[in-house]
Design a protein around this ligand. Sequence first.
Ligand code: C2E
Ligand code: CA
Ligand code: CA
Length: 570
Amino acid sequence: MFNDDAYFRFGNLIGYRDSFTDTALTNEKLVTLLQQAMRSINLILVCFDDKDRLTYANSKAFEMFNVTSSEELEKEFLAWIDPYSQKLEYSNWCQAHESLEGERVYDIICQKLYTSEHKLRNSIYIIDDCIPSSKNKAGIRYRQMHDPLTGLLNREGFYHVVEEYRKLHKNDTEPHYLIITNIRDFKLVNQMMGDKVGDSILKTSGRIIRSLMYADDIYGRLYADKFAIFVSEKNFDKTMYRNMVALVRSQITSDKHSLRLQAGIYKMNSLSDDVNTMCDKAMIALKSIISEEPVAYTFYDPVMMEKAMMEKTVVTQFDKALKNGEFRIYLQPQMNQREELIGCEALVRWKKDDNTVIPPNAFIPVLEKSNLISRLDVYVWELAAIKLREWRHTEFRDLYISVNISPRDMEFMDVYEVITGLVTKYEIDPTKLHLEITETVIMRNPATVSDLIMRLKEAGFIVEIDDFGSGYSSLNMLKDIKADVVKIDMGFLRKSANEDRSRIILDSVIYMAKRLGMGTVTEGVETMKQLEVLSSMGCDVYQGYLFSKPLPVMDFEKKYCDIYKSVEII
Ligand code: C2E
Ligand code: CA
Ligand code: CA
């Protein structure tokens, strides 16, 4: 199908049908007329036969490619012309061409002519030279579809070309892949090395992708460091991709920055998903990667979509839930060696309107990822502070409440200011508020965290290293971090083939903490046997299902008020 514009140009060139019926116009005259038209016309004309052999080109075509022979022109032209559009029956697109004078954008119409038996006879290219490229329609369209930095298709262009492909191949049964690549922590590279280094990394990546793709692959840069590739199964060569990724990585990694590359891959057996959905699925696969390996990739799995939807729900409902008071604290008791209640840990739960209670593991990691966790933590700390104030004149007055500090809290607030602010506001004793900082956060940023811990200790808080032994703990850390308590991860208590060895390590950690003047809490104590073992090792405090699961505050108060029956209440 011609569009009006193309019909006008093409019609002008070959003469309208009326002209052929004009008795005054002999064939000879017509040929001369056409020859003149082709010479003088301001368009570039190139014609191929069904075997992709050049059959005609006007002088403008030779000028454009700066060649003199038909062989050269044929070679140059076929190397330049967009292979994807070339295959279409009729198409109109924009493409840039580098010449000695620089880059120019061309508006191209390709018309295929068929014999009456529907066999391809000719492909005619009508190319409009667009100068100045940024001002005219084709130039603007080219820019809308291309990324100026890498010269690849941009998001709009990529979406457009994949959708065109989909229309053309809708009955294909061959699988296809949509791959989105990501450079891990690219934002940091920009921040630390400057935008210029960032840009050059992207350009290099784009160049390598372009040089390694097959002619009919579709690829582009969606945004920032996200490149997208759409390929059919026959072109999906895993080894080639592995090499490509390795090559990109070797090119963009230097002694100053070591980058990690990741890819999310969506494999589809039909082309029923639109490009937007394909990209969403590849992105979901990409986001699910937790591996810290230099190069990592994951295939999309429908379970990921469910998880992503769940995460989305958490993020969208969070604000309202916080305002509605749907987040509650549950308290889990902590006992001393004489099995007396001395305090508790506040553990958050999300209690929805319909009374379903969601455990923290289902939403805390999502809130951490979406930078919302600090708002929840401040809320939980405040609930704990309010409870401590309430308890000041009750049988629970000597109990402490231990709260969790998320590794990400430090990025979003001045933890010291917020916590000391709460103590002042609710007039509570800071020693009654224990603060659990996980081992991993300390390891990531020892200097800053060490300073924060010192200041919190000076202000009277009890600081605990949470989950000790769960990550890649360094004993060296204990040398610099002067926390009050080591809270030992329950992983040590789980049954395993290496139980004897775990026990030796546990014993040594407790011994070492003691020698360093630190208290010890072990969490996850489930059996009397475990309690006895820990007790023989000298552990100070125990928390676990043996005593109680985390309880709603009212249930906790009900359960433990009996213990204090004999205690005189002030
Ligand atoms: P955590 O701080 O290590 O908390 C201990 C977790 O172990 C709790 O899970 C608790 O219910 C569970 N637990 C206690 N005793 C036993 C036991 O004997 N056996 C077993 N198998 N498990 C036991 P929970 O409440 O589901 O919390 C999970 C994690 O969520 C917490 O681990 C903590 O990292 C996080 N979390 C909970 N509340 C908050 C909060 O207010 N803020 C932040 N940032 N994180 C929180
Ligand atoms: Ca904890
Ligand atoms: Ca813990």
